[in-house]
Design a protein around this ligand. Structure first.
Ligand code: MRU
Length: 346
């Protein structure tokens, strides 16, 4: 089965960026095409594209658009224009480290070229390589994690850590896909993931499209479902894993990890190396606070009284003591995470 979710979430095509408009899913599978870095920054902010690896690649391609549009004839001028666009893209979402990884990678490439023409060529080659690499890396990650899933297992996930959160294949759902490719029967429990509903809209869309068994549950049913013995493992993605082993992921992940420990269910974050932040400890990470509209409205319809104060953190932090092991593209990291992350990921 090699054709799992074979469409590309983000692609560099004819010196433009083409991406799936994830805000229209699952009703419509439509694409948007961008020619300016500001458009890509807006798409990241408004979650036309979302998911840590996908926004890393999208931001890199947004920067490549700055190179396409530049009329600079001297390298320092090109670099200055690129830095302006990089600043704009860095300001879109603070939590997923892949965003900064993607931007830094393109800036480094540009800075090492001797001429404007060579810098531009190097940037275009680099973003296409990042696109292809993302799929390869996730396939490797999937294989590393597939052995942790038994035949007949039910896996609980959170949000969307699938093909739509990456260029293709997915991280947490990549592990599920790899297990299914090995011939295992796997069922996925998909919490709706309020407030942006990435579970109900996106994970459900991917899994149904691929014919992988899945059941949608409400976020509030997670504890009950585990207490009934209906979950064999929890496999989630990550937006940033700090050098001290803390896992930042979609809001709701932390309570899932606490419940998993309570019920003796293994808890596995799955993430490529670009999601590890070896420069920071957990206390240095900003958790994105999103707009009140995501909570007081459902699809434009007001559901809470006017004037109600709102707190809407988009991510939470799971401490290493609740993590069984971390699945990566270069192996499965076991505790103690501080030492083992440094050894495997550096
Ligand atoms: O707010 P989102 O939809 O960008 O959040 C996405 C997640 O939290 C994913 O679980 C995470 O990025 C891992 S994606 C492979």
């Amino acid at each position: 089965m090699d054709n799992f979710f074979s469409i590309r979430t983000v692609t560099w095509e004819g010196r433009t960026v083409r991406m799936i408009d994830q805000t229209a899913l699952p009703a419509r599978l439509t694409y948007v095409r961008y020619t300016r870095p500001e458009q890509v920054a807006d798409a990241i902010r408004t979650m036309v594209v979302r998911g840590a690896p996908a926004i890393g690649v999208a931001a890199a391609m947004g920067l490549a658009l700055a190179a396409v549009r530049s009329t600079a004839t001297r390298l320092p001028n090109l670099m200055q224009e690129m830095e302006t666009s990089a600043a704009l893209l860095r300001n879109t979402r603070p939590t997923a480290v892949n965003l900064f990884w993607g931007i830094d990678r393109v800036m480094r490439k540009a800075a090492s070229a001797p001429t404007v023409r060579e810098a531009k060529e190097a940037i275009f080659t680099e973003v296409k390589a990042m696109e292809e690499e993302d799929i390869e890396v996730n396939r490797r990650l999937g294989k590393q994690g597939a052995d942790l899933i038994g035949n007949g297992d039910t896996v609980l996930t959170q949000c969307n850590a699938g093909a739509l959160a990456t260029v293709g294949y997915g991280t947490a759902l990549g592990v599920v896909r790899a297990a299914v490719e090995q011939g295992k029967l796997v069922k996925v429990l998909v919490p709706e993931t309020r407030p942006a509903l990435q579970g109900a809209r996106l994970t459900a869309f991917e899994l149904v499209r691929d014919g992988i068994a899945c059941t949608l549950i409400s976020d509030t049913a997670v504890g009950h479902t585990m207490s009934q013995g209906r979950v064999d493992s929890v496999i989630v993605g990550a937006d940033r894993i700090t050098k001290d082993g803390y896992v930042f992921n979609k809001i709701g992940t932390y309570q899932m990890a606490v419940l998993a420990q309570r019920h003796g269910v293994p808890f596995f974050p799955a993430a490529p190396r670009s999601t590890f932040d070896l420069d920071r400890t957990h206390d240095m990470v900003t958790i994105e606070e999103r707009g009140a509209n995501e909570l007081v409205e459902i699809r434009g319809k007001r559901i809470a009284p006017r004037g109600i104060p709102v707190s809407n953190p988009a991510f939470d932090m799971t401490p290493p003591e609740l993590v069984t092991a971390i699945i990566t593209d270069v192996g499965v990291v076991k505790p103690p995470f501080g030492d083992n992350i440094a050894r495997l990921i550096a």
